[in-house]
Design a protein around this ligand. Structure first.
Ligand code: NAD
Ligand code: UDP
Length: 343
């Protein structure tokens, strides 16, 4: 059965929902590449609700039309179906450049395409930003730190990535994307922002996204075995989506132009996290151990001193509150879909 989350639009129908009428001098035209994905659609909501004009550009590889469908007939919203590996000409004030698959099964599905998306896609967006004098923000990742030997990770850590491993298409793609951002800044004067995002979760994650939060929640809600890859001793730190969106917004609108970690330092072993989700959902699921995936980072936790100091930002939503909202969301998705077998 086809999954539909159409009955859960947040915010509600724009014909009912009023967005502020900003004066022309305050209203910005903003491009969000990857805007139909998990993070991009929440960012779209925030910027639309502020009264800006938003263009979402997406090729729907992992994004879903229904994530932005509630804006489709709004006069200040546009959806452009386009692949960032191809050049495009648009007139905007700001570019949030998110386009790139983010979950390991999706970015490993076609590694060459993932590399092209991060490299050619970022070159195309930087070329556009340069031509039209737009500010551009790249959503980089904690994956650029690889399997970190420094813990927690500050922005000054250079990372430990296996250049030929299965995660390299994503990690190295983002590393070179960061390099290109600063080459364009230093050589061409482009106004850049770089967010290094740590594991983020919330409503609108694709049910088959394959990431740990959606997998464990969907498995728990169906009393199916929770699948731990490896022995579960690896750690991750989890941030709720609204905190990330606030952080991206603060970064774009602030003056600080070096890379900034955005994440919640609340760290769990994957094994404890499985038990935690099982407890919150009251699930009867068993916990099973599957073979570890190659090059899976053993530990990850952000040092967010820079974000606190430079942006006055820190996470506000606890992992527990975030999980409760996410569980409620997936419970509704499941109600509509019947059964879901996560990737
Ligand atoms: P997502 O897969 O839900 O969204 C990615 C979006 O980009 C999708 O809508 C997809 O269709 C689109 N896209 C992919 N390739 C494209 C292409 N070639 N041309 C046009 N559109 C394309 O993932 P997400 O979690 O929303 O991640 C968004 C961004 O944040 C990504 O850049 C990702 O690397 C970064 N990030 C996310 C997390 C996280 O935990 N969610 C962590 C670190 C970094
Ligand atoms: N993981 C797991 N079971 C799953 C999905 C993920 O044990 O069903 C583990 C994965 O091996 C990793 C952690 O959970 O150690 C986070 O994985 P995710 O794919 O969410 O994000 P990553 O941080 O690896 O990009």
């Amino acid at each position: 059965k086809l999954l539909s989350t159409q009955s859960i639009p947040t915010p509600t129908n724009p014909h009912v929902m009023k967005t502020p009428n900003l004066p022309d001098s305050k209203r910005k035209k903003i491009l969000i590449t990857g805007g139909a994905g998990f993070v991009g659609s929440h960012l779209t909501d925030k910027l639309m609700m502020e009264g800006h004009e938003v263009i979402v550009l997406d090729n729907f590889f992992t994004g879903q039309r229904k994530n932005v469908e509630h804006w489709m007939h709004h006069p200040r919203f546009q959806l452009v179906v386009h692949d960032v590996t191809e050049p495009i000409m648009l007139e905007v004030d700001e570019i949030y450049h998110l386009a790139c698959p983010a979950s390991p099964p999706h970015y490993q599905y076609n590694p060459v395409k993932t590399i092209k998306t991060s490299t050619m896609g970022t070159i195309n967006m930087l070329g556009l930003a340069y031509r039209i004098k737009a500010k551009i923000l790249l959503t980089s990742t904690s994956e650029i730190y690889g399997d970190p030997q420094v813990h927690p990770q500050p922005e000054t850590y250079w990372g430990n990535v296996n250049t030929i491993g299965p995660r390299a298409c994503y990690d190295e793609g983002k590393r070179v994307a960061e390099t290109m951002m600063y080459a364009y800044k230093n050589n061409n004067g482009v106004d850049v922002r770089v967010a290094r995002i740590f594991n983020t979760f919330g409503p609108r994650m694709h049910p088959n996204d394959g990431r740990v939060v959606s997998n464990f929640v969907i498995q728990s809600l169906q009393d199916k075995p929770l699948t731990i890859y490896g022995d579960g001793s690896q750690t991750r730190s989890f941030q709720y989506i609204s905190d990330l969106v606030d952080g991206l917004h603060a970064l774009m609108n602030g003056r600080y132009d070096l890379p900034v970690n955005l994440g919640n330092p609340d760290e769990y072993t994957v094994k404890d996290f499985a038990q935690y989700i099982k407890d919150i959902t009251g699930s009867a699921s068993e916990i099973t151990f599957l073979p570890a995936t190659k090059d899976d980072p053993t530990q990850r936790k952000p040092n967010i001193t820079t974000a606190k100091r430079e942006l006055g930002w820190e996470p506000k939503v606890t992992v527990k509150e975030g999980l409760q909202k996410t569980i409620a969301y997936f419970a509704r998705v499941l109600e509509e879909a019947g059964e879901i077998i996560p990737t």
